[in-house]
Write a protein that binds this ligand. Sequence first.
Ligand code: GLN
Length: 266
Amino acid sequence: MKLTIGHLYPDLFNLYGDSGNVQCMKKRLEWRGIEAQVLPLCAGEDIDFGELDIVVWGGGADRGQALAREYLEQIGPDFKNYVEDGGVVLAVCGAFQLLGKYYKTGEGAEDIIKGLGILDIYTERCDERLVGNVVLESALVETPVVGFENHAGRTIIGDVTPFGKVLYGRGNTGDGGYEGVVYKNVIGTYLHGPLLPKNPQVCDWFLERALKNRYGEDAVLTELSDEAELLANRNMVERLGSEKRFQDSDCADGMSGRKKLSEVCR
Ligand code: GLN
């Protein structure tokens, strides 16, 4: 068996080592005897989404996002079809924002960067950056999801499910109580860097879906021991838990995400 991972715009979107997530997917496939091909898809290249099993799109600064404008127009319809047909996507931070309707930077004459409109979300920039460790409870996996966020954008989500409930950290809007989104086989998240090495079950969520898309429902991922990874995950959760800055689990508004941005930006 073989899966192809498309690494979207590594030339414009690769903050904080987000591309390590591609390596993690590749390695976890190879450990199971599944061949993994990685295709770097640079800005301006023609992309054949039909040959891709997984798309990984890393975080990018406002500048990279603005530069991506013209390329997004080029790939928009094919990318949307890929997602609607169940294509697997991990989109981090700046990429997560651009899967939505728009990102409003609030700077310059062209302060709105139009997104692909694939996700029912929109993002606006606030002065305060949300930076720090995050712990989520996600219905997709058994273990808590640990990660690191660094964003000025606040993302309001509509008819999509959040990736997780924020137990520690800030999340989509800073205080709405939820982080990221899940739509079909897409996860959009603000969690940067080694998201998948830190959360091997999240990595396998993507791999399993991609494998079934390509080889049918009977295709299964064999178990890996993940002893070290799960120990590291637990260690992080306990370390942050002992700082006692976990959010109240009772969040009034996060699920609907209907808070006005004027309430969110302070
Ligand atoms: N420019 C966006 C923000 O700060 C995304 C940056 C990023 O990917 N870290 O909200």
